[in-house]
Write a protein that binds this ligand. Structure first.
Ligand code: ARG
Length: 459
């Protein structure tokens, strides 16, 4: 098979060398974007008088027929033709004859591939934004049921202060909100057309870049032709945003894994998101959460892979840049899959409120209440902290909890304690009173939920 660029060559590479250089095994993912880019390019060529209307008509017809076949997955690609661009161009020539060879007028594969990736990633980022919103909705829906469900809040994975379970869940809502904003920002930089930058220097043909950009729905064009074909920042930004998102999902996954352990028993995952063990009949493993945590690693790897590929590359295009795609495709697949699984896992999980309730009653996470109580009555907080620390110590020695102490015990520690101390020690009260902005108090949590819902509704 003759190469489309074969003119200056006297012999062809051996098959295994071709195979090493080819990207068709993975860049066929871009087939529809490549056709879309070509359609815009050829229409621009005709409208600028570079190709005749008839030539354009023939090429458009050929491209549309390839598009139909592509949509039906009927195209058969060849490694000999290296990549998606050359495969489609040679198929076009086979389909409509030599006039197909006019498509590449005033264009290079360098601006062509950049255009394809911009089109592809623009679409994928939009899909990811929708999936993030769906996961946020799943969180809100679960949180709404648990505003008044009290759980221990942790720092250092030690029981710290009781909080509303909804408040804990909603922390992830806001992380995802920032992720969504980052992808939206990313989208504005993706929405730029490199088409018409040529190989690196622009072209002698009187092309109209603004017109092809408009046909492809791009908001603007790259200002500099070298930058247009060399830029992969928008992919790095995508990989970086994805890494941050996966880091958030991974933290959430870790908590889910903890919560459904025998030690916590705070939630139970739906059978649909769990697996069993081939040897231990009692096991119900949170595999999906573990996998999301694990897959975070490959997304970080993809980010570092591309940063490293680009570091030290001279302008403009270098073949190294073909390495931008697999990590990007892999990240798209990983992120979309993880978000879908996570949303399902969150909305179907069973919350074991009785165990959460038991947990907050059998710990010292209400100790801050005592210190705040004393400080509220005028004792300097530092001193109150010391008094309560000693009460905790005496409980540990007596093997009981703060609420088990008698009023006499309290009074002995400080005369400021009154009978109402028992009410203050109730975890429910402790949560309810934390009504500072953004705190876990029920009023605050309800307000946050209302705000979250209006954000999701696009208000
Ligand atoms: N398959 C190539 C890539 O993905 C397309 C661009 C090739 N350009 C070139 N001058 N060899 O990067």
């Amino acid at each position: 098979m003759k190469k489309l660029w074969g003119g200056r060559f006297t012999k062809s590479a051996e098959e295994w060398v071709d195979e090493f250089g080819a990207s068709i095994s993975f860049d066929q993912e871009l087939m529809l974007e490549d056709i879309e880019g070509s359609l815009a390019h050829v229409n621009m060529l005709a409208s600028s008088g570079i190709l005749s209307k008839e030539e354009c008509g023939q090429i458009v017809k050929g491209l549309l027929s390839l598009k139909e076949k592509a949509e039906r997955n009927e195209l058969e690609f060849s490694v000999k033709m290296e990549d998606i661009h050359l495969n489609l161009e040679s198929m076009l020539i086979d389909e409509i004859g030599p006039v197909g060879g006019k498509l590449h007028t005033g264009r290079s594969r360098n601006d062509q591939v950049a255009t394809d990736v911009h089109l592809y990633l623009r679409k994928k980022v939009e899909e990811i934004i929708v999936l993030i919103a769906e996961m946020q909705a799943a969180i809100v829906q679960q949180a709404e049921k648990h505003v008044e469900t009290i759980v221990p809040g942790y720092t250092h994975l030690q029981r710290a202060q009781p909080i509303s379970f909804a408040h804990h869940l909603m922390a992830y809502f806001w992380m995802l909100e920032r992720d969504k904003q980052r992808f939206k920002e990313n989208g504005t930089r993706i929405n730029k057309s490199p088409l018409g930058a040529g190989a690196l220097a622009g072209t002698t043909f009187p092309i109209n870049r603004a017109y092809s950009a408009e046909l492809l729905g791009f908001g603007s064009i790259y200002e500099n032709s070298l930058d247009a074909v060399s830029d992969r920042d928008f992919i790095i930004e995508f990989l970086s945003n994805s890494s941050m998102l996966m880091m958030h999902l991974s933290r959430f996954a870790e908590e889910i894994i903890l919560w459904c352990s025998q030690e916590f028993q705070f939630i139970e995952l739906d059978d649909a998101f769990s697996t069993g063990s081939s040897i231990m009949p009692q096991k119900k493993n949170p595999d999906m959460a573990e996998l999301i945590r694990g897959k975070t690693g490959r997304v970080y790897g993809n980010l570092f892979g591309l940063l490293t590929v680009l570091k030290g590359l001279p302008l403009a295009y270098n073949k190294d840049m073909q390495e931008d795609k697999e990590g990007m495709f892999d990240t798209v697949k990983t992120v979309t899959g993880s978000l879908k699984i996570f949303a399902g896992m969150v909305s179907s999980m069973k919350v074991r409120t009785e165990n959460m309730e038991k947990a907050v009653k059998t710990d010292f996470s209400n100790a801050t209440e005592l210190a705040d109580y004393l400080a509220g009555k005028g004792m300097p907080f530092r001193q109150a902290h010391e008094v309560v620390g000693q009460l905790v110590l005496s409980c540990i020695q007596k093997d009981c909890y703060l609420a088990d102490l008698s009023i006499g015990d309290f009074k002995q520690a400080s005369e400021l304690f009154e009978e109402d101390i028992y009410n203050a020690l109730e975890p429910y009260q402790a949560v309810k009173r934390r009504n500072s902005a953004g705190g876990t108090g029920f009023e605050q949590v309800k307000q946050a939920l209302a705000k979250a819902k209006s954000l999701l509704a696009g208000e």
